[in-house]
Design a binder for this molecule. Structure first.
Ligand SMILES: Cc1cc2nc3c(=O)[nH]c(=O)nc-3n(C[C@H](O)[C@H](O)[C@H](O)COP(=O)(O)OP(=O)(O)OC[C@H]3O[C@@H](n4cnc5c(N)ncnc54)[C@H](O)[C@@H]3O)c2cc1C
Length: 276
């Protein structure tokens, strides 16, 4: 039977988050924490594959204790088990340290039940790097397939998987061996409303929580801030968009005003056409 692990992260809802104008960093307390939207699609795809081929779906996250809520959301979507690694030793991790810690967690999950497929979201909406999935694959020495927008076929017995990888002007069909890791696009599926039984199960669900001491063969120097060579030199926000202009007067006057705005922008439009 298949065992699919989806990597999921709890993130602040960046649609409503406020930036700290002094430090130009995210004020995480200003926004509710949600399941990273790309990861909801990763879990949904894992559940669809389980329903088609049989097996189990586990989810794993590295995060602070409130991230249990994100795991419960995945149980609502249809995941069977949730694992969380949570410890101060993981705090301040960049993508290198995050992929290291998650790899150790996945190794431990594999001891409970060997893992055939790992599915990640394309990226998170707060970190936005898209590096963690390929980082895990590199550390496990398994093939990483990024930008996946369709899983065509999967065969555990013959150890193969066929997917579509999104390209700028279409897609390519790729076949690989199992185990492997996929990073999935949002368009791979639609996440439906959760069923009532899944919601009830999720409300009571307690994930397995491991601290750093529970992970075997771990090099603490590779964890958290200590294991994070990334230095954020500068962070700044995009320029504020100029406000729109409300046209006034009767309809004829408004058309005149609109025309003059369009004529003002004529050069800009011509430049844009020329650059195509
Ligand atoms: C110096 C430094 C310090 C930082 N300190 C912190 C900090 O203290 N707290 C903090 O929240 N962030 C911190 N970050 C941000 C941190 O780098 C990223 O949040 C984290 O490494 C994941 O990278 P990403 O968000 O770009 O994920 P991506 O690579 O964009 O994620 C791709 C996919 O990988 C999986 N994934 C990513 N992260 C996780 C996770 N934690 N658990 C399970 N699956 C995951 C998901 O499937 C996701 O869709 C820090 C960054 C730097 C550079």
């Amino acid at each position: 039977m298949l065992h699919i692990v989806a990597c999921i992260k709890q993130v602040p809802d960046t649609k409503v988050i406020k930036m700290n104008p002094k430090t130009n960093t995210m004020d995480r307390a200003s926004a509710p924490a949600i399941l990273n939207p790309y990861d909801a699609h990763a879990v949904e795809e894992a559940v669809r594959l389980k329903n088609k081929y049989g097996g189990t779906v586990s989810v794993v996250t590295m995060g602070p204790p409130p991230a249990v809520k994100a795991i419960r959301k995945c149980i609502e979507i249809g995941a069977d088990e949730g694992y969380m690694i949570s410890d101060r030793a993981f705090a301040g991790a960049d993508t290198l340290a995050t992929s290291y810690a998650l790899t150790k967690a996945i190794n431990k999950i594999s001891e409970i039940k060997p893992v055939d497929l790992i599915i990640c979201g394309k990226m998170t909406i707060d970190g936005d790097t898209g590096q963690v999935g390929p980082g895990i694959a590199r550390r496990l020495d398994i093939p990483p397939l990024t930008s996946v927008n369709k899983v065509v076929e999967m065969q555990k017995e013959d150890s193969y998987l066929v997917v579509h990888r999104k390209l700028e002007d279409g897609y390519e069909i790729v076949q690989t061996t199992l185990p492997c890791l996929l990073s999935v696009e949002k368009e791979i599926n639609e996440v439906p409303y959760s069923s009532f039984p899944n919601m009830l199960k999720a409300a009571r669900y307690q994930p397995v929580i491991w601290s750093v001491n529970d992970l075997e063969d771990i090099d603490r120097k590779q964890l958290g801030l200590k294991g994070s060579p990334t230095i954020v030199a500068k962070v700044w926000g995009p320029p504020k968009p100029e406000g729109g202009k409300i046209l006034e007067g009767n309809p004829d006057e408004q058309v005149q005003q609109l025309l003059s705005v369009v004529l003002d922008k004529k050069e800009l439009f011509a430049e844009m056409r020329g650059s195509k």
